[in-house]
Structure formats: C-alpha cells, structure tokens
Design a protein around this ligand. Structure first.
Ligand code: ADP
Length: 376
C-alpha cells in the first residue's frame, strides 16, 4: 500500500486518483502527525511525502519514520514545490528519502518511479522470504543431525551395556561348567538370558524405526481377544517385576481386529515406562473398556510425571525428558514407535500427566469388527 501525505486536499485527491487508476492501493494523511500514527498501525511499501506542511515538515516526518522498525523497508519520495535548492534536496536524502521530486509534478515520471520502487520492494521482500526459509531449513538440518549424533551415541551405549553383561556371564559360566557346578550354571544362564532379551528388544526397536522411516512397517491384522492379551501381558510383567502390583480395571468383552503383536508392544511399552519412571512406588493401574465400537486402554502410574511443555514432545522421535535422562536408561523411541502403531490402526494415542504426581498413557482405536461390541 502507498501512503500519500499532503496538507492540500486537492493534491491528495488527484494523486490518489492517478495511483488508484494504476491499480495501486492508496491511503492518505493530511498532516505529519496523522502520517506517523498511520505508519505505526499499517505497513506501507512507499510513502509520498510533501515537504512543505505546517507543524511538522516532510523532513521531520521522514526522520521520525526512519526510527520505526516497522517502516525499515518503506521507501520515501519527497514532493516539493519550492525548495529545489541543492541543500534541500540533500536534506531530503539524508533524512531517509529515496527520491526527491519537485512540483509541478510530471505524473508519468512519478508513476514510473512508483512502479520501480514497488518492483524493487517486491523483489527484496521475496529475497528476504527466501533467505528466511533457507536459514530455517539449515537450522532444521543442523538440529536433525545433532539429534541423530546424540541418538547414535546413546544407542551404542545402551547396546553395549547388556552385551558387556552377557560377556561377563559367559566367562562365569565357563568357570562354573569346568567346576561342574550345575546350580550356578543355571543361575548365570538365566541372567545372560535376561540381558540377551534386553539386547533383542533394543535391536527390535532400532529396526522398527528404520521400518517406519522407509514406510515398511507392515501390520499383520487378525481377530483376537484384548482381555486375553492383557492377562498374558500382565502375567509376564508381574514375573519380571514382582514388586509392582498391576491392577486391571474393566473388561473389553470383545475381540478386536488388529496386529496383536504390535498392540502388545504398545501396552508393554506403556507398562515398562510406568514401572521405570515410578521409582519408590508399587502400584500401576491399567484400564480397559469398549465404547462406541472403540477400545480404550490406559496405563496410570504415580511416578515422576512430566511438565506440560515436556508432554508436548513425548511422542517425538528421540525425545527424552532432559532432566531425568541421566537417571533412567532409554533411547527415546518407544513412544514414537507406539504412536506410529496406533496411528496406523486408525487410533489415537495420548497422555495426561502432572509433574511429581504421575502419568497416564492411553490409546483409543476402532475395534474394526463387523459384529456388535458388548460393553460392560
Ligand atoms: P525411553 O523411555 O526409552 O526414553 P520412550 O519413547 O518410551 O523412551 O519415552 C520418551 C520419554 O518420555 C522418556 O525418556 C521419559 O522422559 C518420558 N516418559 C515416558 N513414559 C513416562 C512415564 N510413565 N512417566 C514419566 N515420564 C515418562
């Protein structure tokens, strides 16, 4: 938009008409003060400024405008009937003007100048936009690169821990075998087995990430009972975490059509996190129900909880809460994989949490069966 500033109404009207006829959007101000107010409120590409005005002259207005950050990119053309002396022209340029035109105006020349300034403005605006996009993109790469490096270092560390344990147990096993101590052999074998399982699940998560990235995470859907699945999961979880009491509330009382192993993976991820991030507590609540052909599963703990700004990122790839990442082992990919699994089933994953009070992770997804669901 162009702003014309002139204290003579006839000048304003005639200039406005010519510019509007040439498809420019035009605004007017009849004094320096009015112009300054308008510049603060609106964005102008160009200001055509009369020099001789009472109270505040054009040079003063231009000087004030050049101090506004909002008008940094605005071009100013001075119009003057009398002050054609060089010193006035020089003053015009030094107070922030881009051009100086004397009256009587040659409308064709003014129009050419206005068009040129407009084009320059448009080009510089586009250049600035491109520069900003490029800068943002570079930052985003940089950030992705940093996260990846960090992830590789955490992943190597996480893989090395169980591997070192297995190596240790195998050495101990060798000694126990030589001694013929079967009881100790059995004990070491069990411990090595637990570490191998950890290793296996870490590698499975890493493979899942690459499957998700390449769009190759396939779902193997079949009909199964979610209640039966939950009972099995709870039994296994209880065996490996005997100090935790996992209380189940509700029943689905129906089959669902989904990838059973993947749904189990999500529930195990919720439960493992609930146990891991709740030191000093011993109870976890798991709720299941079916409503409007949708199954709802929620895992609630009374652990460390999270702050609202942390909750926003909890399903992001590689995200781990910074303050607690040293205290608890992990790769920050379990919930990302879980959210992809639920999303691929047409469902929704979410979390409610309060810092220091605990968290509740849940998912809702269609049961995907043609038969009616029975609710309890
Ligand atoms: P990991 O536990 O391996 O770091 P996840 O993707 O499973 O990765 O979880 C991402 C992050 O979310 C965790 O690092 C932790 O900071 C936070 N988080 C997940 N579950 C809970 C929970 N039940 N209570 C508190 N924080 C949690």
């Amino acid at each position: 938009m162009i702003l014309i500033v002139d204290d003579t109404p006839e000048n304003l009207i005639s200039l406005k008409k010519v510019l509007e006829k040439n498809n420019f959007e035009v605004d007017t101000a009849s004094s320096g003060e009015e112009a300054l107010k308008k510049v603060l409120k609106n964005s102008y590409v160009l200001i055509i400024l009369d020099v001789q005005m009472p109270d505040m002259d054009g040079f003063e207005v231009a000087e004030a405008i050049s101090g506004y950050s909002k008008a940094k990119e605005t071009a100013i053309i001075f119009l003057s009937a009398a002050n054609t002396e060089l010193k006035f022209i020089a003053k015009g340029y030094s107070s922030g003007g881009l051009d100086y035109i004397t009256k009587p105006l040659d409308m064709n020349i003014l129009l050419l100048k206005v068009k040129t300034f407009y084009r320059i403005y448009e080009q510089s605006r586009k250049l600035k936009e491109m520069q900003e996009t490029l800068l943002a993109e570079i930052e985003f790469r940089k950030e992705a690169e940093r996260k990846k490096d960090e992830f590789i270092s955490i992943a190597s560390h996480e893989l090395k821990t169980p591997l070192t344990s297995v190596k240790g147990y195998v050495q101990l096993l060798e000694r126990s075998v030589i001694k013929g101590d079967t009881a100790t052999v059995k004990k070491h074998l069990e411990k090595a087995q637990i570490q191998l399982e950890k290793l296996n699940s870490l590698i499975a998560d890493l493979l899942d990430i690459s499957k998700i990235e390449s769009g190759k995470l396939k779902l193997n859907k079949q009909e199964f009972s979610i209640d039966y699945l939950l009972d099995n999961v709870l039994e296994i979880m209880h065996q490996s975490n005997p100090t935790f009491k996992i209380i189940k509330r509700g029943k689905a009382n129906c089959n669902i059509f989904a990838d059973e192993m993947r749904i189990e993976q999500v529930i195990v991820n919720f439960l493992t996190n609930a146990i891991k991030y709740s030191p000093g507590t011993e109870e976890i609540l798991i709720t299941v129900n079916v409503k409007d052909e949708q199954v709802y599963v929620a895992v609630k703990d009374s652990g460390i909880g999270m702050l609202p700004e942390q909750l926003e990122h909890v399903f992001d790839k590689f995200y781990r809460v910074e303050e607690t990442s040293q205290r608890f082992q992990g790769l920050g990919i379990g919930l990302y994989i879980s959210s992809e699994i639920i999303r691929r089933h047409g469902g929704e994953i979410g979390v409610n949490s309060e810092y220091g009070q605990g968290s509740e992770f849940y998912f809702i997804m269609p049961i995907n069966l043609k038969t009616e669901a029975t609710t309890n």
